[in-house]
Design a binder for this molecule. Structure first.
Ligand code: C2E
Ligand code: CA
Ligand code: CA
Length: 570
């Protein structure tokens, strides 16, 4: 609701006058008619009907208490129980002073004594009640999440602080709740079903919060936080949540995960406490047999390590502690296997911690919005390398760089990447981009739009880690992609697991349907290579051919093949 817009538009608000005596209705109509659009009802049943018909558009109700059949108290009772009506302010009309307290208890905002001999007072009370009610609506709208009515993140943290302030001695648990595969549920069952599930979860959380005197919040999508006194065990809490959502979570893989940070340390900012609960919750994302995880010593060490890395990244960039390794990719469906391109993979040579693998810092920096700088460094480095090899050997070895979801969402992303290519005198197709499947599934419309623009400019975009995300075929066929790179997890066991090989064949069919080539990475054994070649995989990247190596080492591989590469380029 936008009260200010209403004011500018000079909308007459609707007021409902409910009284069984026609004289009273007429008098109030006269007093309020100039400023409001006045509607009338002569008994409780009619009043509730009118409120429902106008579905939330009545700004205020003036309600007589004494009416035959359904009286004013009964009307207020019913309104309280109805989400749509509960927030409409009620002013009670009464000639008994004694009824005043009782009606305020029932939820009336004010009362007007009969007889109506002070029109200005009545006008002023009506105006004030409407204003106040609209203000609280505005506040409620910004404090709570529109779908579930739980606090949103920002207000949640504020209220955690308040709760601490008023209950300094009560031990509290910080809990993070998540629904596994919620994406998929949304995709397959539709948004309405997904929303209903979230609402059911919020209702279960509300009941817990009421009973335990805590607070709950929806952080985003399917992620909820709870701040509860140490009383119920996490198992008991999980049971309440599971019972509340039972009707929606019928697939055993769609389960609730609970991360617990017990007796949360109040010396930490609320955000930090819930980071810990979330960390616990995320630690069992792929563990299908566990639903509850506790923040523990190991996580504490990880957290400390992550903090160290975040602290060190600025200096590391300045001191050029990062470098780029290159891993060759081979085309295997030709007469002879030929090196066709390379993937750029970042490495961090930390002065104290030694060589750090990207798995340990990339996801962390993606979360913290720090990955863009690193990625841009890798793109610049890679483009310069292509140029250097081009000058030296007279051939272009295309290099694939990894592009994170947040890179794509930067407003100057396309300018940046085009600028890098141009300033090295390369073509857009020489620097290939890898985007993970999961990047496509979140913010998909926006990502698709950007990738379309990139391809319009001649960039090639490959989908990385295919099979690990949750794309549906519908979605895939509308996605702009130039190649599919299978997730390494499927390749690992194809030589001793029929099921995995079946999965690979399935993905090959999809690639065929989309008319794009397939790349398999993580190929280490001869037998994996054979199987994939027979299955029709076009390109292979893996230790079987070569590990990622520094540029100087990669140069040897080019040198050895320079003639055949030149031959191929023609
Ligand atoms: P990715 O993009 O899926 O890269 C493939 C990973 O598989 C690389 O790990 C590579 O070294 C490894 N690999 C390749 N062949 C084999 C094999 O035969 N066996 C095994 N066991 N592993 C193999 P790396 O270099 O540790 O990178 C890990 C992940 O970090 C990458 O996964 C990518 O998601 C991310 N990453 C690396 N460099 C960058 C970067 O510059 N920017 C961004 N945004 N992410 C990067
Ligand atoms: Ca990659
Ligand atoms: Ca990959």
């Amino acid at each position: 609701m936008n009260e200010f817009a209403d004011e500018r538009l000079n909308i007459k608000r609707k007021v409902l006058v409910v009284d069984d005596e026609i004289v009273n209705r007429q008098m109030l109509g006269k007093i309020l008619g100039e400023d409001y659009e006045v509607h009338y009802a002569s008994n409780g049943t009619e009043a509730l009907e009118k409120l429902r018909d106008e579905s939330g558009l009545i700004s205020l109700m003036l309600l007589d208490l004494m009416m035959p059949e359904k009286d004013g108290y009964a009307v207020m009772e019913e309104m309280k129980a109805d989400k749509e009506l509960a927030s409409i302010p009620v002013i009670v009309l009464t000639s008994e002073r004694a009824a005043e307290v009782q009606s305020l208890q029932k939820g009336a905002v004010d009362f007007i004594p009969k007889p109506y001999d002070m029109p200005e007072v009545i006008k002023a009370r009506v105006k004030r009640s409407i204003e106040l009610s609209e203000k609280t609506n505005v506040i409620n709208a910004t404090q709570s999440d529109a779908l579930t009515g739980l606090f949103n993140r920002e207000y949640f943290y504020e209220y955690v602080g308040l709760l601490d302030h008023y209950n300094p001695d009560i031990k509290m648990n910080a809990l993070a709740v998540n629904i596994n595969r919620f994406h998929l549920i949304n995709d397959m069952r539709g948004r309405k079903f997904g929303n209903d599930l979230l609402i059911a979860m919020a209702d279960a959380i509300r009941s817990l919060v009421r009973e335990e005197h805590g607070i709950g919040s929806r952080i985003d999508s399917d992620s909820f936080f709870l701040y509860l006194p140490v009383h119920k065990t996490p198992e008991e809490i999980l049971t309440v949540l599971a019972n509340g959502t039972e009707a929606y979570l019928d697939n055993p893989r769609s389960r609730i995960r609970l991360g617990v940070y017990e007796s949360a340390d109040r010396a930490l900012e609320p955000e930090r406490r819930f980071d810990r609960a979330l960390m616990a919750c995320n630690s069992i994302r792929k563990n299908y047999s566990t639903q509850i995880a506790y923040y523990d010593e190991v996580m504490h060490k990880d957290e400390a390590f992550s903090e160290r890395l975040i602290n060190d990244i600025g200096k590391a960039l300045e001191e050029k502690q990062f470098c780029v390794f290159y891993q060759a990719k081979f085309a295997i469906q030709e007469e002879k296997d030929v090196m066709s391109s390379a993937e750029a993979l970042i490495r961090w040579k930390h002065p104290d911690l030694g060589m750090i693998r990207p798995d340990q810092f990339i996801p962390l920096f993606e979360e913290n919005g720090l990955v863009q700088k690193l990625d841009r460094f890798v793109w610049r480095e890679s483009a310069a390398q292509i140029k250097a090899w081009k000058d030296k050997f007279g051939i272009v070895i295309p290099v694939l760089v990894n592009v994170s979801r947040i890179d794509l969402l930067e407003t100057d992303f396309i300018d940046e990447i085009s600028g890098i290519v141009r300033s090295n005198g390369l073509n857009n197709e020489d620097l290939l981009l890898e985007v993970t499947e999961s990047a496509y599934t979140e913010n998909s419309e926006q990502i698709v739009e950007i990738v379309n623009r990139l391809r319009g400019l001649g960039f090639k975009v490959e989908m990385d880690d295919f099979g690990s995300g949750y794309s549906s075929l519908n979605m895939l066929s509308s996605l702009p992609i130039d190649a599919l790179k299978l997730d390494m997890g499927f390749i690992r066991n194809i030589h001793n697991n029929d099921k995995d090989m079946k999965m690979v064949e399935l993905m090959m069919d999809i690639a065929d349907f989309l008319s794009v080539p397939v790349i398999a990475e993580g190929v280490e054994e001869e037998e994996q290579y054979r199987l994939l070649k027979d299955a029709g995989v076009d390109l292979i990247q893996g230790y079987y051919f070569s590990k990622p190596v520094p540029a100087e080492e990669f140069e040897y591989m080019i040198r050895e093949r320079v003639d055949s590469l030149k031959e191929r380029e023609k």
